[in-house]
Design a protein around this ligand. Structure first.
Ligand code: SF4
Length: 693
């Protein structure tokens, strides 16, 4: 049995694989601390995704403009295209667009090549769409992108507040752990805060079906309630935080009546939630895309964090603000600096940090300022400013908002390089197509939502000429003249350099520190057990919780309250607010899960959900085909009439692509509205109209 990690969501479950010739069996790894022997429907079906049938669709050879070439020709061509774009248009005409599906080693080499050697920070990732608001809020509050909690906290808390999370479908194994926690702890209460009544409501003692995007107001009201009832921890506030007085002033007007008016919740619902939070010291706020995917997602995350800082509920078992990532390695991307707004290893663009990274990399230059975030990057491409883009392991033609605009941008870009496993909507625009290794074929590490680094291990041979992404990036770096700084011949070599950078001139000042892993031998890397960072010489076995000593990563070591303005969103008369999200059995744009018959049986067609009263008003009935549209584009799907969505709102899954039908991409109608701080798109509240098709 080979121990590896599931490639789907940010829970990061361990799986044990038996592989003999074409027979692959997958089962849960009972030893992995993330899942302790559990798997969800997607993880359980992993064996079917590495079948011969799946391989028939694989990209097996590099090609340029549709003509098969070898790797030397392909990487020569890429290096020449990058060099020519830099010479004619400057370094900012080159961009990389990465993915939370990449392994940390792939991410590290891509980030180093762009920021240290090509010299621009125009390297962003689809993780921008998933959790960049959570990152920005942690940075504002704690001085670092540092998730305080661990999964065990879900089992030793007495109040679990799920905010904008349908964990039962999106993080199923964590949900299973919550179910078990509730069975074994009669004191545990669960609150679900979500405009929709999702399946996760089965676990909830209280559902707050608030108005879309009013979560920030709900938590401003909570902070005011905590202050008014004197349940704040004055000693913690005075000893370990700054900015409380301003935060207190900013919530003073949010009494229960005003919160009720702006959230559409009743006084009784609010009083119940506020009283439970006020009287339960062990409280976890568990939040995900419902909070992050908003034009004010960062502020909302800080509204939540403020309530934990005010009560000192952080750094203790069963208490803290806990953001959950969507993708298997969104966290690994954050560690290496895969977001355009970070430099590397939790360092930013201040002069001491750019200087430090440049010295460590022995780089000729280093990007001195943040690059273009995902939506801005494709906008720049549409304007003609990006001449070369390298897209790895992601399908932006479907997954980014305003997808018709994104496809037009890709069509305009002179050189589009795509590294992937199979053809998809984005590969249609590729001038250079590179065959990448997939799950079960590549070696490296991923980091899950509780900061736990786990190995993904290869157990199958590479199909055709497929290669690791770190390898293809290394080839191009060497052809650009950087052989000495990119000498890698294995994922292990990349990992130990990444670990060394994390500890370089760190001295405990940066949260991300895995310097104790920098001396791993190849054998040690092969047998690496799952471990939570920081992993330092003082903490060689890793760190379950952060901030247990109440010291943060700001210059003063004090946490910062953020006084954010309120935000309200409403659809004009006759229009609807469209919420987008995931289904239980599908993943992203279905390039993998769409191949598995058992995962496709439940929802065969693109659909949109609508409240029965809205359907009756429009004269629509169950399973009619409807068109959802606005000036960005249109989506056609089957109507599901359900009372789990509220009047005036719609819900549609994100998974279907143009390969299914021209009009099946829901992101065609999601406006490219982004959070001003994080750049994360507002994928939960698009203004649309709906008619019979
Ligand atoms: Fe994979 Fe996530 Fe399911 Fe775990 S919960 S098996 S990581 S998809």
């Amino acid at each position: 049995m080979q121990a590896t990690t599931c490639p789907y969501c940010g829970v990061g479950c361990g799986v044990a694989v038996q592989s003999e010739s074409d027979a692959v069996q997958v089962q849960a790894d009972a030893q992995h601390p993330a899942n302790l022997g559990r798997l969800c429907s997607k993880g359980s079906a992993l064996a079917a995704t590495v079948s011969e049938a799946g391989e028939a669709a694989r990209i097996l050879h590099p090609s340029i403009d549709g003509k098969q070439v070898d790797w030397t020709q392909a990487t020569d061509h890429i290096a020449a295209s990058i060099r020519s774009a830099i010479d004619e248009h400057g370094v900012d005409s080159v961009a990389f667009y990465l993915s939370g599906q990449l392994l940390t080693e792939d991410y590290y080499v891509a980030n180093k090549l762009m920021k240290g050697f090509i010299g621009t920070a125009n390297v962003d990732t689809n993780s921008r769409l998933c959790m960049s608001s959570a990152v920005a809020a942690y940075q504002r509050a704690f001085g670092a992108d540092a998730v305080p909690c661990c999964y065990e906290d879900l089992e030793c808390t007495d109040l679990l507040v799920l905010i904008g999370s349908n964990a039962a479908w999106t993080h199923p194994v964590l949900y299973q752990r919550m179910v078990q926690a509730k069975q074994s702890n009669p004191n545990l209460r669960v609150v679900l805060i979500d405009p929709r009544r999702t399946i996760s409501n089965d676990l909830a003692d209280l559902h707050l079906p608030l108005k879309p995007s009013s979560d920030g107001i709900l938590f401003k009201g909570l902070l005011r309630h905590l202050i008014a009832h004197d349940v704040v921890d004055r000693a913690f506030i005075a000893g370990h935080t700054d900015g409380f007085a301003e935060a207190e002033r900013s919530v003073a007007s949010w009494d229960i009546d005003r919160v009720a008016e702006h959230t559409d919740l009743s006084r009784d619902q609010l009083t119940q939630f506020y009283d439970w939070f006020a009287t339960t010291p062990k409280a976890i706020s568990f939040y995900s895309q419902g909070i992050n995917q908003s034009a004010t997602g960062t502020d909302k995350c800080n509204d939540i964090i403020n309530c934990h800082l005010a009560t000192g509920r952080i750094g203790q078992p069963g208490a803290g603000p806990f953001s959950i990532t969507g993708q298997p390695n969104a966290m690994g991307g954050r560690e290496v600096g895969g977001l355009a707004s970070q430099l590397a290893a939790h360092m930013g663009f201040t002069e001491p940090e750019t200087d430090r990274v440049q010295r460590f990399w022995n780089a000729p230059t280093v990007a001195k300022q943040p690059g273009l975030k995902a939506v801005d990057l494709f906008d720049a491409m549409h304007r003609g400013d990006i001449k070369v883009v390298w897209i790895l392991a992601t399908n932006p033609a479907v997954s980014l908002p305003d997808s018709e605009h994104v496809r037009a941008a890709l069509a305009k870009c002179p050189t589009v390089i795509v590294s992937d496993l199979t053809a998809n909507d984005t590969t249609e625009y590729a001038n250079v197509l590179l065959p990448a290794l997939g799950w079960g074929e590549k070696d490296g590490t991923v980091t899950n939502s509780e900061r736990r680094i786990s190995r993904q291990r290869a157990f199958r041979p590479a199909p055709g000429e497929a290669k690791s992404d770190w390898w293809s990036l290394t080839q191009v770096a060497q052809k650009l003249g950087y052989e000495n700084q990119f000498p890698y011949t294995s994922a292990h070599e990349v990992f130990v350099e990444h670990a060394r950078l994390s500890g370089f001139e760190n001295n405990g000042k940066r949260a991300f520190d895995i310097s104790a892993l920098s001396t791993l031998t190849g054998k040690g890397y092969d047998s690496l057990k799952p471990v939570q960072w920081p992993v330092t010489h003082a903490r060689p076995k890793g760190t379950a919780r952060l901030f247990t000593n109440h010291q943060f990563f700001t210059a003063t070591q004090r946490a910062q309250f953020i006084a954010a303005p309120p935000h309200i969103i409403a659809a004009p008369d006759g229009m609807f607010l469209l919420n987008t999200g995931r289904l239980r059995d599908q993943w992203h744009t279905m390039t993998r899960t769409g191949q598995v018959a058992s995962l496709c049986g439940h929802d065969e067609l693109p659909f949109v959900e609508m409240h029965p009263d809205d359907a009756a008003d429009q004269g629509l009935s169950q399973h009619q085909f409807v068109q959802v549209q606005n000036h960005h584009g249109r989506f056609i799907g089957r109507l599901n009439v359900v009372d789990s969505v509220q009047r005036g709102q719609l819900f549609a899954p994100i998974h279907w692509t143009q390969q299914f039908a021209q009009s099946a991409i829901i992101n065609s109608v999601v406006a490219p509205v982004v959070d001003a701080v994080s750049g994360q798109p507002q994928s939960k509240a698009a203004v649309v109209s709906l008619q019979r098709f």
